[in-house]
Design a binder for this molecule. Structure first.
Ligand SMILES: [Zn+2]
Length: 271
């Protein structure tokens, strides 16, 4: 698996801003050298992984755990500039297809958010953890992908509880975010998510990537049409879908060629 894209590093002033008085000159110089070497390492990692020919990740937004609801198809738009997109992938982890998506993202230093199914987390927790180790963020997308509105409130809450337990067993933390299967929201689950400070992650655009016969060109055409219509936002794709996984290099090239910038979503740590 390709190495994780370098995160921005904060190199603290080794003398806490008081080097002139606290340390002799030779020691100041030595610390300055170490700091420069660290800075050079960080820069070279960035340069190696994310040169100008790569799509890269422009910036990261860290959302609070406050149960907000985002995605202009159903809620408030994220605070994005025109030409910025957030990559999101649903229905994984998939042993067959997710690794292809991870490789394509790593090749372009692009970070994404994966909304995973509880049943997939129980089946392949290591792939889920690998996804996060590579710098991506993870939320849940129900336990078994039911049509929630067809279930009783108790069944909906049970599905949510199962998927949250699977997430916690996999990552050792509560999920920060939830995406409804089929984007079919219910009052019962909206209330539960709000109460527990879990972000509802809807979308701004999709590429309807669920047809087995879709080719790279077809998916690229749909992505282009969605981008032309919306000008950016949260993109829904499916890492569990074979044609999507195969098309990822092409889809990322579409974004790069059209000048779109990747914004990565993270959430503050659970209290
Ligand atoms: Zn789904």
């Amino acid at each position: 698996m390709a190495s994780r894209p370098a995160r921005p590093r904060h190199i603290a002033d080794p003398a806490g801003g008081r080097a002139d008085r606290a340390y002799p000159y030779w020691r100041q110089q030595r610390m300055r050298c170490i700091a420069l070497i660290l800075a050079a390492c960080a820069a070279s990692a960035n340069a190696a992984d994310c040169g100008p020919d790569k799509l890269g990740t422009e910036r990261t937004i860290i959302l609070k755990r406050e149960g907000a609801q985002y995605g202009a198809q159903q809620h408030t738009a994220l605070p994005l500039k025109k030409g910025e997109v957030v990559l999101t992938f649903d229905d994984g982890p998939s042993a067959e297809n997710t690794p292809l998506v991870l490789k394509a993202l790593a090749d372009q230093c692009a970070r994404a958010t994966f909304f995973m199914l509880g049943q997939g987390l129980r089946k392949d927790p290591e792939l889920a953890r690998e996804t996060v180790r590579e710098g991506h963020s993870a939320g849940i997308h129900s336990d078994t992908h039911p049509h929630m509105a067809a279930l009783t409130p108790a069944q909906q809450l049970d599905d949510l509880a199962q998927s949250r337990a699977a997430y916690k067993a996999t990552f050792g933390a509560e999920t920060p975010a939830y995406r409804f299967p089929y984007l079919e929201e219910t009052p019962t689950l909206l209330d539960a998510l709000k109460r527990d400070n879990i972000t509802v992650a809807s979308i701004d655009m999709g590429i309807n990537d669920w047809i087995p016969e879709d080719t790279n060109e077809v998916l690229a055409g749909r992505l282009t049409a969605s981008l032309d219509k919306t000008g950016g936002g949260i993109i829904l794709m499916h890492d569990a879908n074979g044609p999507t996984a195969k098309a990822m290099p092409t889809l990322l090239k579409v974004l790069k060629d059209k000048g779109y910038k990747i914004v990565h979503l993270e959430w503050e740590a659970a209290k």
